[in-house]
Design a binder for this molecule. Structure first.
Ligand code: SAH
Length: 215
């Protein structure tokens, strides 16, 4: 316990040094135990500032990237947020502390089920999940004030942009697997879209369709 607490506070100092300033984001990261979202073999690395492997060849993002993307999304308490790529559920859990409702979509059923279990255990009741292809967004629940994609798209999925509310903001890594993927922020003002590149990142790919080999 002692070690874990120490490591966690060490991570927080590092995140602050790396420029994370939003107290609410740091509080959300403090409230969600990352060790509950990773494979048992990596428990001792729960509070290292690194991405870690999860099942199905996917990854849980580096804490700095989670904090940065969350901060850049500028979420407020009343918002409805869509996340594409539930994975372990960690990012969705962080978002759930900052907004009214989180909708999260995953194409691997096994990952989604494990994430749902974690949400239940942690009493995170404002997260709604969908097994499906996130490239198509979630039409029935649209529009969203904020959208975060946690897998790299080769180009910006148009259906997602369409599901962004007026004055909405979307953040996503864009690029091929062979290179660095800049994190892009899209801000919608009526029917005008402004695009900014934030930082270089590396994410697993955003793949079309659902995984048919899953259980
Ligand atoms: N946000 C996650 C990071 C997961 S890695 C976390 O906090 O752990 C990216 C995830 O995106 C993987 O689980 C992958 O299966 C999923 N993914 C990739 N393409 C997708 C798509 N089209 N629709 C839904 N999920 C997708």
């Amino acid at each position: 316990m002692m070690v874990e607490t120490k490591t966690k506070s060490h991570l927080f100092t590092e995140l602050q040094k790396q420029g994370i300033r939003d107290e609410k984001v740091l509080e959300a990261m403090d409230a969600i135990p990352r060790e509950k979202f990773i494979l048992p073999a990596f428990k001792d690395k729960a509070y290292a500032n690194a991405a870690l492997p999860i099942e199905k060849g996917q990854t849980i993002s580096q804490p700095y990237i989670v904090a940065f993307m969350t901060e850049q999304l500028k979420i407020t308490q009343k918002m409805k947020v869509l996340e594409i790529g539930t994975g372990s559920g960690y990012q969705a859990a962080i978002l759930s502390k900052l907004c009214r409702r989180v909708f999260t979509v995953e194409r691997h059923l096994q990952l989604l089920k494990a994430a749902e279990e974690r949400f239940k255990k942690l009493h995170l009741y404002n997260i709604t999940t969908l097994f499906g292809d996130g490239m198509r967004g979630w039409a029935e629940q649209a529009p969203f004030e904020r959208i975060m994609v946690t897998a790299a798209a080769e180009s910006i999925p148009e259906k997602l942009v369409d599901q962004l509310e007026h004055n909405g903001v979307m953040i996503l890594p864009v690029g091929r697997q062979t290179g660095v993927q800049p994190l892009v922020r899209i801000t919608r003002t009526n029917n005008h879209f402004e695009e900014e590149e934030l930082i270089p990142t590396r994410f697993v790919p955003l793949l079309p369709g659902i995984d048919h080999n899953g259980d």
